[in-house]
Design a protein around this ligand. Structure first.
Ligand code: ZN
Length: 152
């Protein structure tokens, strides 16, 4: 039996208080994966901040990404942190290094839940549109062959 969504639809939705976080989640609601980019120095950053962490400039805009990336690190959760997640373990939490950025990394869940990824595996965003609740990004393993003799 596979639950239809990554987590139960009763899970609390993101409720950002910070205005920059709210803008980020507004893009997510439109199925757009974004990071901030500084107008002055072109530095890209995530999570969103009020100013550029590189030059402290205050003019940031949103850069839309294609949603692909590489697993920087991950963990597999076997013990449900709450009773509602009993049917949903094991699942994977990963730090994804996003393509097209200055090595920006984003925390996300790797799909499918029972995936056993490796560091360096490639992923692509897959938008989960639950019947109720918010649009959420998951990262699906994409077929690559990074092991073995290195090719060529
Ligand atoms: Zn800057």
């Amino acid at each position: 039996m596979h639950p239809p969504t990554y987590f139960p639809s009763t899970m609390p939705a993101p409720d950002p208080k910070d205005p920059h976080d709210r803008e980020f989640w507004a893009h997510i609601a439109q199925s757009q994966l974004v990071v901030q980019r500084c107008t002055r120095c072109s530095h890209m950053q995530h999570p969103p901040l009020a100013i550029c962490e590189s030059c402290q400039g205050g003019e940031l805009h949103w850069k839309t990404l294609d949603g692909t990336g590489t697993i920087f690190t991950f963990t597999v959760v076997h013990h449900p942190p709450s009773p509602e997640l009993t049917a949903y373990v094991p699942y994977v939490i990963a730090l994804i290094e996003l393509d097209g950025t200055d090595r920006c990394r984003m925390v996300g869940n790797v799909s499918p839940r029972d995936a056993r990824p490796r560091i360096g595996d490639r992923v692509a965003v897959r938008w989960e549109h639950a019947v109720t609740g918010p649009v959420l990004p998951r990262f699906e393993l994409t077929p690559t062959h990074t092991s073995g003799s290195g090719g060529a």
